[in-house]
Design a protein around this ligand. Structure first.
Ligand SMILES: [Zn+2]
Length: 251
């Protein structure tokens, strides 16, 4: 019933009960999961999970926090990994000016290189952007990539509409359930449901009733319920449309 468009079940916070949890999720209404890589190791780990579980698919990419060993060899390795039949996207890639783990010019450089990789292997992208809304938008707009998810979107409504016009989907996660979610609520109000994906970013960003705890895809329910309330429709309809959107994008 739910298409989880962004999770990290390879994360060490799942080390004690990963198998148990991943066996359980389909019986909790989780039909599909995209497990998203942040570096080479977690990209490989995502593929391993996708090989093991039918409902899991993988994205491979280097997160802007993880550029330590980044080189043209890394890009070639990602290219090789992306040939796997269960790899459906390049991600997560982008800019993070909040933590500023690496110089901004370096982040921009490898972001552009990975967009080019996505273009050349003809896969959609999964974008991470924090405190860098305009720069992220400008780099994507200047690229030839026109398919992807703007994961855990944190920008304003007009930019979300611009992304939608360019062909991108907007990923809505647990933040929509927080009491200070005014800006994100405006985004959901403005966007047609046909442009929205649902995601948990597990183990991060648990929605309101579990805020601060380890997150997993079962919490999609809270996100879907909140979107349904904003859109004045049923949770079932939100789950169906966002599921179709994700299938269109990734399959
Ligand atoms: Zn993520």
């Amino acid at each position: 019933m739910y298409f989880e468009s962004h999770a990290h079940f390879d994360d060490k916070r799942f080390k004690d009960d990963r198998e148990e949890l991943l066996e359980l999720l389909p019986s909790c209404g989780i039909d599909y999961v995209i497990n998203v890589g942040c570096d080479v190791k977690s990209s490989k780990e995502s593929i391993r999970l996708a090989e093991r579980y039918d409902y899991i698919f993988a994205a491979v990419g280097i997160h802007p926090h993880e550029l330590y060993d980044m080189s043209s060899k890394t890009i070639e390795e990602l290219r090789r990994l992306s040939e796997h039949k269960k790899v459906v996207a390049i991600g997560e890639i982008g800019l993070d000016y909040y933590y500023d783990t690496h110089p901004r010019e370096l982040q921009q450089f490898w972001f552009r290189q990975q967009l080019r990789l996505a273009e050349s292997v003809n896969k959609p992208v999964i974008i991470h952007s924090r405190d860098a809304s305009q720069e992220t938008f400008d780099i994507i707009a200047a690229s030839n990539v026109r398919r992807g998810s703007i994961h855990c979107y944190s920008g304003a409504a007009p930019m979300a509409m611009e992304y939608a016009k360019m062909g991108f989907y907007i990923g809505i996660g647990g933040v929509i359930t927080f009491s200070n979610a005014k800006k994100l609520i405006e985004v959901v109000e403005a966007l047609p449901l046909e442009k929205i994906l649902i995601e948990t970013d597990s183990p991060y960003l648990a929605p309101a009733p579990s805020r601060g705890k380890r997150n997993d895809s079962r919490n999609l329910e809270y996100i879907v319920n909140k979107i349904a309330k904003i859109k004045q429709t049923t949770p079932e309809f939100v789950a169906e449309i966002t599921g179709n959107n994700a299938k269109n994008l990734f399959f």
